[in-house]
Design a protein around this ligand. Sequence first.
Ligand code: GLU
Length: 333
Amino acid sequence: MNTNTIRRRSTVFGILTAAALILTGCVTFPAPDAPPPTATAITPMPAGVQTNVPLEPPPNAESCNATESLRPPARMPAPGRMPPRSSMGEIVAHGRLIVGLDIGSNLFSFRDPMSGDIKGFDVDLAREITRAIFNDPGRVEFRVLSSAERIEALKTGAVDVVVKTMSITCERLREVSFSSPYYVASQRILALKESGITGPEKLAGKRVCSARGATSIGRIQSIQPRAHLISTTTWADCLVLLQQGQVDAVTTDDAILAGLAAQDPWVQVVGPSLGEEYYGVGIPHGKDDLVRFVNGVLERIRADGTWWRMYNQWLTVLGDSGGYGPPLVTYRD
Ligand code: GLU
């Protein structure tokens, strides 16, 4: 056989082999825009990761006056002296304020690895509400909730209040009540420093992580429909996926992303604000007296400098983007 025949035969063999592999499905070509593989065989993902995230509407797709809340009472009851026939009186009767929060949202509520204590801006706020009811900030019990569990925990009465970076939205107001806003965050993007991801336009065809139950999912889906969403139970899980190369970016409130970035020098918060998020204390429907009371506590912490003390302790890493100060509030009677 001369070399030309050998070359011709090996070419024909190559073509036949490739055709056979394609026909048997051993080789597949990604559809244009298909997401890169979501995991390597060797690196396990955190439990509860979902790769087929359903489409959600952006927050406040319905319009309402979401951040307007009930006016505080003209005279707040003195700490430790709650009227017995009130929602606060019921809380006193069960001995402690049960607060739903997270332990994986660094800066807002997280477990300090050294002391084992739960700390952060939301934790301090929960203790201020507790102090106002019991005259003792220690009469609080924390129940750990994921983002997706917040509304159900309020509706079933598993918690008295939720203080967990929870945005006030028109959709949520149909199911629960909210205090006046106590913090304004902005949704942004977290990516590896060398990734070239600089804004939502760079997320087309990329894997983007958010926690299930967060407003962040619907908003990014509406801004960048070609992003491939991956959802987790906690924000810390999104950071793990980013570190393991299993997602390309994380998106949620800058306040939470800054807490993730503080744990990893290789990641950064990028891009413009994708939308504002007004955090409120979540309260079950039907407890208007508790909404008014919490709004009175918020009035007090804004007026006496406690808000800024909490901000300076936890949130100065946000720099300019966190520099709005306490949000302006509007009330209805
Ligand atoms: N603020 C957003 C929300 O309430 C994201 C924060 C979170 O899920 O903890 O959905």
